[in-house]
Ligand binder design. Structure first.
Ligand SMILES: Cc1cc2nc3c(=O)[nH]c(=O)nc-3n(C[C@H](O)[C@H](O)[C@H](O)COP(=O)(O)OP(=O)(O)OC[C@H]3O[C@@H](n4cnc5c(N)ncnc54)[C@H](O)[C@@H]3O)c2cc1C
Length: 443
């Protein structure tokens, strides 16, 4: 039997605060017990030293003990429930999103900065950044990306502008891990130029009839709903679009194919078509015609999230490379002891630290309510370029081993390439930065 709205919301509220207390108390456990979460995490995931980011709150610019408690608790799930199966899911070209999201949702990780009344933890965006950083310990890019789509790419606009009814139907179950979400922005003919999308939602009475299609839809083969960007009128391209919550089981929604990709294998990517799909007009997020603006706002969180995530991966790959080259000998000494090698790794780690500083600056300004579009775009641009440098630079020092599927560095090499393309290509980031620097030719 369907629960009445108020009861469901009250339960979510209670769940949210119980989970927050549980997470915060992890810290207490760490302090008072040698058998607490901390000792487990130490056994499961030895601390590594490449990053100079402090691993306690004492010297951290952004994180409190609660951030670290959250990270430790998430690390346990990653080590127990995700990493042991990553190779299998990479080989299968998909992962069980419903199962994994339910585990993460139960523990509170799918809505750390979302409202408590919809199952979130009600924390600020720095906690989302902390979660994303920790998800970088998953030993592939595909699963963190699908989690990020759920938490920071499909739901920010819904949480901010959606009606109470929509939030109950789509946000609450997404945060609790009961529904998998996907984002329908890109199309076959429009990726970088979002304003040029062709999918139309034509109003008929109190319903929209949707025709068109979406390309590159992460989690598209298993999602329960899509945060869809569609043209809802013929007006100017920045004012004629709306974000619509679209259940994926409606008649007329066709999953045309699962796309074969260079990397991100464990994340399924779909092409989707819509043929006379009928959805209530009440499923529009916020105001009709504001979809383009909402999506541009939503992109800010997506970009900060992506940078936080890849920072950890870069730390880990550099550290893996240090460890491998320290034990691999060439010309009678470890590969690492050749100056060209250790100097290069030091330089790459320096670049990673610079990017981390930019991310923390952007995050600190964002949680104070500032517009961080320029800084987020700079971080995303640099993140993409640096990930390519780190993956290529590190892989080189593994020699032939780096060219095999047996090592993490080759997976990172394939997965990280997306960072300069997805969520706005490098050139799109440069365009935004130029606009904020007032350098673009006047029309
Ligand atoms: C694995 C994967 C998952 C994805 N997941 C999603 C998803 O869940 N939802 C979703 O909506 N989309 C998703 N995307 C789409 C992604 O956001 C787009 O691929 C991206 O925005 C680029 O669009 P495009 O592929 O159409 O490239 P195009 O728009 O065709 O651009 C091609 C190239 O042109 C160059 N370029 C772009 N603009 C300029 C410019 N102003 N000046 C000079 N050069 C320029 C860039 O180098 C760019 O790479 C995903 C993509 C991939 C590959």
């Amino acid at each position: 039997m369907r629960m009445r709205g108020r009861t469901q919301t009250t339960m979510a509220l209670r769940c949210g605060s119980v989970r927050l207390n549980a997470l915060v108390s992890v810290r207490a456990l760490y302090k008072c017990s040698s058998f607490g979460v901390r000792s487990f995490a130490d056994n499961a995931s030895p601390q590594r030293v490449a990053s100079s980011s402090p691993d306690t709150a004492v010297n951290h610019l952004l994180y409190t003990p609660e951030h670290f408690a959250l990270k430790e608790s998430l690390r346990k799930i990653i080590d127990q429930e995700i990493n042991p199966y990553v190779d299998q899911w990479e080989a299968e070209g998909t992962f069980p999103a419903h199962k994994i999201f339910k585990i993460l949702g139960n523990a509170g990780f799918l809505g750390v900065n979302k409202p408590v009344e919809y199952g979130g933890l009600g924390l600020d965006y720095s906690y989302s950044v902390a979660v994303s950083e920790e998800l970088g310990h998953i030993r592939c890019g595909g699963i963190p990306m699908a989690i990020g789509v759920q938490t920071d790419m499909t739901t920010p606009a819904l949480a901010r502008f959606g009606s109470a009814e929509l939030k109950k139907e789509f946000l609450l179950p997404s945060i609790l891990g009961d529904k998998v979400a996907c984002l329908g922005v890109s199309e076959v003919g429009a990726g970088s130029d979002v304003s040029n999308i062709k999918t139309k939602a034509v109003r008929k009475g109190d319903e929209y009839v949707i025709n068109g299609g979406k390309m590159w839809t992460t989690s598209g083969t298993q999602a329960d709903w899509m945060c869809l960007l569609a043209n809802t009128s013929d007006g100017p391209p920045h004012r004629n679009k709306s974000l619509i919550c679209l259940p994926m089981n409606l008649p007329g929604v066709h999953i045309a194919r699962k796309i074969d990709k260079l990397g991100m294998w464990s994340s399924d990517t779909a092409q989707v078509f819509f043929e006379d799909v009928r959805v209530p007009c009440a499923n529009v997020i916020g105001q009709e015609g504001m979809g383009f603006t909402y999506q541009m706002l939503q992109f800010q969180e997506e970009r900060l999230w992506a940078v936080a995530n890849i920072l950890t991966t870069m730390d880990n790959i550099i550290q893996d490379t240090i460890e491998y080259t320290r034990q691999r000998k060439i010309f009678n000494q470890p590969v690492l002891y050749h100056q060209a090698v250790h100097f290069r790794l030091a330089e790459l780690q320096t670049e990673v630290e610079l990017l981390r500083a930019l991310l923390y600056q952007a995050t600190a300004l964002y949680i104070k309510g500032n517009d961080v579009t320029k800084l987020a775009s700079m971080a995303k641009l640099k993140g993409g370029r640096l990930a390519r440098e780190v993956s290529d630079g590190c892989l080189q020092y593994w020699g032939g081993m780096g060219f095999t599927s047996d090592v993490q560095v080759s997976r990172f090499y394939r997965d990280a390439r997306l960072m300069s393309i997805g969520a706005g290509a490098d050139e799109v980031m440069l365009g935004i930065i130029c606009k904020y620097m007032d350098m673009l030719p006047k029309k």
